[in-house]
Design a protein around this ligand. Structure first.
Ligand code: ATP
Ligand code: HSE
Length: 307
């Protein structure tokens, strides 16, 4: 369950008085999701999603909401943030930073088809193109500096073999100059549970809260490592090709980007192997997350390196 913060109808009615969304009709907690509290809110003007942020601070919210606003205004499928009557996108409810966004008609899928992978690739390319004229900047909070620092506390807790794999791969990635590759706003967490699909079409990307600046191929690699990964934990060539073809139908990849793909996929493995190991060994106080299996990305990394 993921309604960590309860909201009463009276609180909701008072909250809605700051919006031009008609009268309150219904409030329903959303069971999925791990980090934040989410509700479906229905008013006489439609259905919306209310998020109460359990980790992000009020100051951090405007970047992500303005980014989603920019992307949705540029035909990228994602929720549209709803502004208050005073124009502000971020709000506060029950003592938590909060926002209302449009409700998308779709659902996430655990086992996508090749057609769905194609659509996701196409929408990711549209996002990269549209993000290139978003004027704000955000450094990647989970980039090279982060994994280099964080691996120091993980290495002593790992087997010799795993620690060597982690250390050597990080050294290889850090030695590679990826700053010359095309870059811009990336989603940086485009796993299957962060895309709502409607049939073969993308209803919307959600969860932009790791979005930042980075190279596009790395973003594509994060998506490939989840969308094309089978239950047996290997990359399915048909799904990978479909996602890449969808992407390239909007934004062709340069030769340098194509050559970088295998390394980008290793980087994407390291990013999530490290964050999952940190969640496992050092669960944050007031624990809200449940740990996803870190070994998946160690094993995928090994397979990629053996190819
Ligand atoms: N704009 C939206 N329209 C429709 N449904 C949405 C929307 N945003 C979120 N949802 C639903 O709420 C669920 C939880 O959202 P989300 O995955 O963003 O949770 P979170 O806790 O904020 O993030 P995470 O689980 O990645 O930590 C989604 O799986 C989806 O079913
Ligand atoms: N998508 C991440 C969790 C959220 O960052 C993972 O599967 O480890």
């Amino acid at each position: 369950m993921s309604v960590y913060t309860s909201v009463s109808e009276a609180q909701m009615r008072s909250f809605l008085s700051h919006y031009d969304l008609g009268e309150f009709t219904n409030l329903k907690g959303i069971a999925q999701g791990v980090t934040n509290t989410n509700y479906f809110v229905t008013t006489t003007k439609g259905r919306f999603v209310l998020t109460l942020f359990e980790v992000l601070s009020q100051d951090e919210l405007p970047f992500y909401l303005q980014l989603m606003q920019h992307l949705s205004q540029n035909n990228v499928a994602c929720p549209k943030p709803i502004a208050q009557i005073n124009g502000q996108l971020d709000a506060n409810l029950a003592g938590k930073p909060a926002c209302l966004v449009s409700c998308l008609h779709g659902a996430d899928v655990a086992h996508p088809t090749a057609e769905q992978c194609h659509s996701v690739g196409k929408m990711l390319a549209k996002m990269h193109v549209a993000g290139s004229h978003f004027e704000q900047h955000m450094d990647n909070p989970r980039g090279k500096a982060w994994w280099t620092k964080e691996c120091e506390r993980l290495l002593p807790l790992m087997s010799y073999v795993d620690a060597t794999l982690l250390k050597d791969t990080i050294a290889k990635l850090n030695a590679h100059d990826d700053s010359v590759l095309p870059s811009g706003i990336i989603h940086a967490d485009l796993f299957k549970d962060n895309v709502l699909l409607h049939g073969d079409d993308v209803a919307g990307f959600i969860d932009f809260y790791y979005a930042c600046h980075g190279n596009f191929m790395y973003d594509l690699a994060i998506a490939l490592n989840d969308w094309a990964r089978t239950d047996a934990n290997h990359i399915d060539a048909e799904f990978q090709d479909a996602l890449l073809a969808g992407y390239m139908s909007v934004r062709p990849l340069s030769k340098a980007e194509q050559q970088y793909l295998p390394l980008a996929q290793e980087a994407a493995c390291i990013r999530f192997w490290v964050s999952r190991l940190l969640d496992y060994h050092f669960p944050p106080a007031g624990e809200l997350t449940f740990t996803k299996n870190p070994d998946v990305f160690r094993d995928l990394l090994l397979k990629l390196q053996q190819q």
